[in-house]
Structures are given as C-alpha cells and as structure tokens.
Write a protein that binds this ligand. Sequence first.
Ligand SMILES: Nc1ncnc2c1ncn2[C@@H]1O[C@H](COP(=O)(O)OP(=O)(O)OP(=O)(O)O)[C@@H](O)[C@H]1O
Ligand SMILES: [Mg+2]
Length: 293
Amino acid sequence: MEIKVENLSKNFKNKKALNNVSLDLQSGGLIGLIGPNGAGKSTLFNILTTLQKPTTGKIFLNNKDIVKNPSLMQKNMGFMPQKVPFLPNLTLKEYLNYIAGIKGIPARNAKMEIESLITKFNLLTVPKKQTLSHFSGGMIQRVGMCVALMGNPQIIVVDEPTAGLDPEERINLRNILSELAAEKLVIMSTHIISDIEAVANKIIVLKDGKVKYDGSAIDLMSKASKNVWSMTFPTQTSIKEIEKLGKVSSIVQTMDGIQARIIANQKPTANSINVKPHLEDAYLFLESEGDKA
Ligand SMILES: Nc1ncnc2c1ncn2[C@@H]1O[C@H](COP(=O)(O)OP(=O)(O)OP(=O)(O)O)[C@@H](O)[C@H]1O
Ligand SMILES: [Mg+2]
C-alpha cells in the first residue's frame, strides 16, 4: 500500500489548517505524526480517510486518485478518530456487531473477530450487560481501536489512540500497532513522544499546517546533537530560573540536586554537559527552531 499526498491544502474560512503538504506514506513500519495542538494532524487524517475534502491538492492510493474515488480508500481503511463515536445505550458486543454489519462482515466471521479484538484490547472482563455509557474514557478508546481494526483493513489511521490510556494499555496498544505495521500502512498521531520513540519507522512533524520534518527518528535526533545539555542545580533552585536558560526537556529531583535537560544553542551553565538527544529533545529543538523563524 502506498499513499501519496501532493500539495494538499485545507482552508477553514480564514484558517489554513493544512498548507501545501506533500507526503509519501508506505506500509512496512509505523508512521508517527506529531505536532502541537492545532497543527493540522486531525485535519490531515480526516482528509486521508475521505471524511473531508481538501481545498486543493491530490491524494493517490496505489496511484489511484481517492479524492475522486473515495470508496477506494474507504474499502481498505480502518480509522479511529480523535473523538471516538459510540452508541451509549448498546453493550460492547451489541455495538461491535452493529459496526460489523456496517462493514459488511458476515455474522459468523464477525463473532470470531469480535472475540479476538476484545481479547486483544483487554475488554474481556467488562460485565456483559454494561452499556457503553458506563465505560471509562480509556475503555472507549479501546472500543475505538476494535472498530478501527475490524475487517482487517490494510490501512490503519489512528488519531491520538493512546490519549487517556493507562501505561499498561498504552504499551499494549503500541505493540499491537507496531506489529500490524510490519505489513500494513499504519499511521498514528500522538502527543506522547515515547509512544513512537521505539517503534516508528518514519516521523512526520506538522506545525501550523506545514510539514516541519519527514524522516527517521535517528535523523531527527542527529539534528539536535549539539543542542542538548544536562546539568545539575542545587535543590533550592527555582524552576523559573532554570527555564530562563533554554527550553526545558526534563527536570528530575536527584540526591545530588535538580537534574535538568535543556535545549539551547549555547552551553547554558559552566557545568553543563553536551548529551545525546532523545526524540523528545529533538522534537523540542525543532519546535524552538520554528519559534525563531
Ligand atoms: N471544522 C473546522 N472549522 C474551522 N476550523 C477548523 C475546523 N477543523 C479544524 N479547524 C482548525 O484547523 C486547525 C487544525 O486543527 P486540527 O484539529 O487538525 O489540529 P490537530 O493538530 O489535530 O490538533 P490537536 O493536537 O489539538 O488535536 C486549528 O486551528 C483548528 O481550529
Ligand atoms: Mg487532533
């Protein structure tokens, strides 16, 4: 599977939600989409999944124009939107059966597939009669994942699937998506860099509707190799003082004092040590580059 996005723009009244975005997305390795609130991530997903039409630009799935032929995409794609829709008065199985019906999955296959998805996302222990209105936020997220994966789609688009998940479920989801990405085209957006740090083959950074970065995690990290510093401050140092030195990537209390990682162009303090960037540092570096421009 290959999706080519060419010069895609989306305007909402005066707002350019996407501004001339071009991308090449392929199966075989998870694709992570990151960027601040309002960057255009959900808009990009809504257009890729044909829920919205672009203002200008083209999208091709295996060289076929899906803006003209949305059903080509719809047949191959599973989507989990940022706000997971659900029918509050149905139980989990009733709802998933209803979705299976919409997706045209024969009843016998649907039963097996629903069992397998419920097991995968640890929803087996939910009381059978509990309606979705009584599910927690993290449970609804996992229902959304079951819906996205039902029918074994070749393209999986998931918009902040880990939002609201506890650490255990977040790791479970990450493992499931990275396994699926070995063969399918899987693209996920997230604000949690650690969700994609270990598993993404390709990282796309969006900001103000534009692609700020498109490439591997390693290349992104190497961009920040001279700009990440580690240093220790006396325990009583105020965080405000530390923030004056640059963009703070992390602050931890240790027995020796406050240990900080700071993104800055120059050595911030005499005792600062230049350290290897993590993905989070590199992302913050890219962000701060944007602020200067
Ligand atoms: N239907 C709409 N009408 C008007 N403006 C919109 C609409 N949808 C999105 N926007 C605007 O487009 C921009 C991009 O929004 P989008 O939801 O794509 O961002 P995002 O990257 O998904 O953000 P978040 O991380 O908060 O989910 C924002 O400025 C938003 O206000
Ligand atoms: Mg969004």
